[in-house]
Design a protein around this ligand. Structure first.
Ligand code: LFR
Length: 494
């Protein structure tokens, strides 16, 4: 069988990587070529992404490939987190710096937007859950605050589209990432221009939509020269929303499975053929994001390991460094089910001090206040597992399916304590892995486009053959049931 080398650029909210996947005709062999930190940069009260820094790191990763292999890769594809975007002028130059979705500019904005277009109508068209971070609300906040860039912009590019543009010179919107904007018509799969116009958002800035697996072009000469890559290098759009790539890569994902793509966020849901846009889906605030190969990702955003990442950062600031292993060991020693939080409460979207935000929440809801590190970590993990249980119940209600197994992928699937908690809280077996689901899904779609694999089903089997997975059986439910009762009351009272 033919062999091929694909490059995946995977940018997450807390780090980015350039990975090489070697396809040997049966399996993918993945190796990390370059890893770098990502995160917000705060300037005068606004939080941005360091777009140019990320671009440098992407080129650095490509240069590492070029230094080791003297042949052109069969494809390069980029995936990133959702909802964020860049605006370009008529010459294709960057207008301003992309703003981070956790920036406060969208505080209170959804309510203002709903006064113009009722939320039910927005959901009816887009099928997307309401989160203030969505592109729709970011753009509306620019309108609301009179940001001049909005009317100067010629083109809007979502983050992966921006980097694909810098690689190729082509300005398009890949379908899966476009769906995260809440400006895409879920059923017709085109921009919801009528909706945008009613919100006084420019519609001519929305570029043509392309499917995952589209060959966008090839790496431009400047970038070949800068990185030392031998051309021609095809740039192939993967499912360029990281979660779309992650879901594409889950072995054994069937009608009985629920997935959790676990990273900064936990994206928990099922794969379905058509969007579910019903009053119940609206009431439970579920989203219908675009997946690869015409699928829909019915899921919910859960504020996943973000809470712990931020606690860890807070302790670091206070001069206390903990590895993840240390944090989990401390949590294991802490007493169970003392204090619980709703991880999705607005308190935790972007507090200055996450540890204090958690304590404040516990105090306010009349629970013991977690003081030591282990108690705080245990509170986060148990609460997350209980939130998983809540979302599982809701998914069964929405789909009318019995969901028998929870499949956890992504960096967070290495958190064995959380995987066991998830099995216990959900009373379902949990299967973890691949850790690198996003990168594998990215290269798998490229490999399909390049003719090495027939379809996603074949790709998932190849991925199953390429990685190790682990299984966690549910333990005794007793303490979890009682805790779930308390969790439900909290989430309601929030
Ligand atoms: C995960 C993710 C989620 C999206 C969130 C914010 O990395 O892409 O799917 O809702 O980041 O963009």
């Amino acid at each position: 069988a033919a062999t091929a080398k694909f490059l995946a650029v995977d940018l997450g909210a807390s780090n980015g990587r350039v990975l090489l996947a070697e396809w040997d005709g049966r399996r993918f062999h993945l190796q990390e070529l370059h890893r770098f930190a990502n995160g917000p940069v705060q300037v005068r009260g606004r939080q941005y992404w360091n777009a140019l820094g990320l671009w440098q790191e992407i080129q650095q990763g490509l240069a590492r490939y070029a230094a080791r292999f003297h042949e052109a890769p069969a494809g390069v594809g980029i995936d990133t987190w959702g909802v964020d975007f860049a605006l370009l002028d008529a010459h294709g130059h960057l207008l301003g710096n992309p703003v981070h979705y956790r920036d406060a500019r969208t505080n209170g904005i959804p309510e203002v937007a709903f006064a113009t277009v009722p939320s039910d109508e927005i959901f009816q068209q887009t099928g997307i859950q309401f989160m203030q971070i969505n592109t729709l609300f970011q753009l509306f906040s620019m309108r609301h605050h009179g940001d001049p860039l909005l009317d100067q912009a010629e083109t809007l590019l979502m983050m992966p589209d921006l980097f694909h543009y810098w690689l190729t010179g082509e300005r398009v919107a890949e379908y899966t990432i476009a769906s995260t904007s809440q400006l895409l018509h879920a059923v017709e799969r085109r921009w919801a221009t009528g909706l945008a116009a009613r919100l006084r958002l420019p519609t001519q800035i929305l570029p043509p939509i392309v499917e995952p697996g589209t060959v966008l072009g090839s790496v431009v000469p400047d970038v070949l020269a800068e990185t030392g890559l031998q051309g021609p290098v095809p740039v192939i759009a993967p499912g360029s929303h990281d979660t779309a790539s992650a879901v594409a890569a889950i072995p054994g994902l069937d009608e009985r499975s629920v997935y959790i793509s676990s990273g900064t966020w936990s994206l928990m849901g099922v794969e379905i053929p058509e969007p579910i846009i019903t009053p119940t889906a609206r009431a439970l605030n579920f989203t219908n994001e675009g997946g690869v190969a015409g699928t829909i990702r019915l899921l919910k955003n859960i504020a996943g390991l973000w809470l712990l990442q931020e606690c860890r950062r807070q302790w670091q600031r206070e001069g206390r460094e903990y590895s993840w292993e240390e944090l989990l060991a401390l949590a294991e020693q802490a007493p169970p089910f003392r204090s619980l939080v709703d991880p999705d409460a607005p308190d935790f979207l972007n507090p200055d001090n996450m540890v204090e935000a958690i304590r404040r929440y516990c105090r306010r809801s009349g629970q013991p206040v977690p003081e030591d590190v282990g108690s705080v970590v245990r509170c986060c993990l148990e609460s997350l597992a209980l939130r998983y249980r809540w979302v599982l119940d809701a998914l069964e209600q929405l789909t009318g399916r019995r969901l028998e197994v929870v499949r956890i992928v992504g960096g967070g699937s290495q958190n064995r304590l959380l995987s066991q908690f998830a099995a216990d809280a959900c009373q379902r077996p949990v299967v973890t892995g691949p850790v690198e689901a996003t990168a594998l899904g990215n290269v798998m779609v490229q490999a399909i486009a390049a003719g090495h694999l027939a379809n996603v089903a074949e790709g998932r089997s190849a991925i199953a053959a390429s990685v190790a997975q682990e299984r966690f059986e549910p333990g005794p439910v007793a303490g979890w049931e009682e805790a779930f009762g308390r969790f439900l009351q909290l989430a309601e009272g929030a």
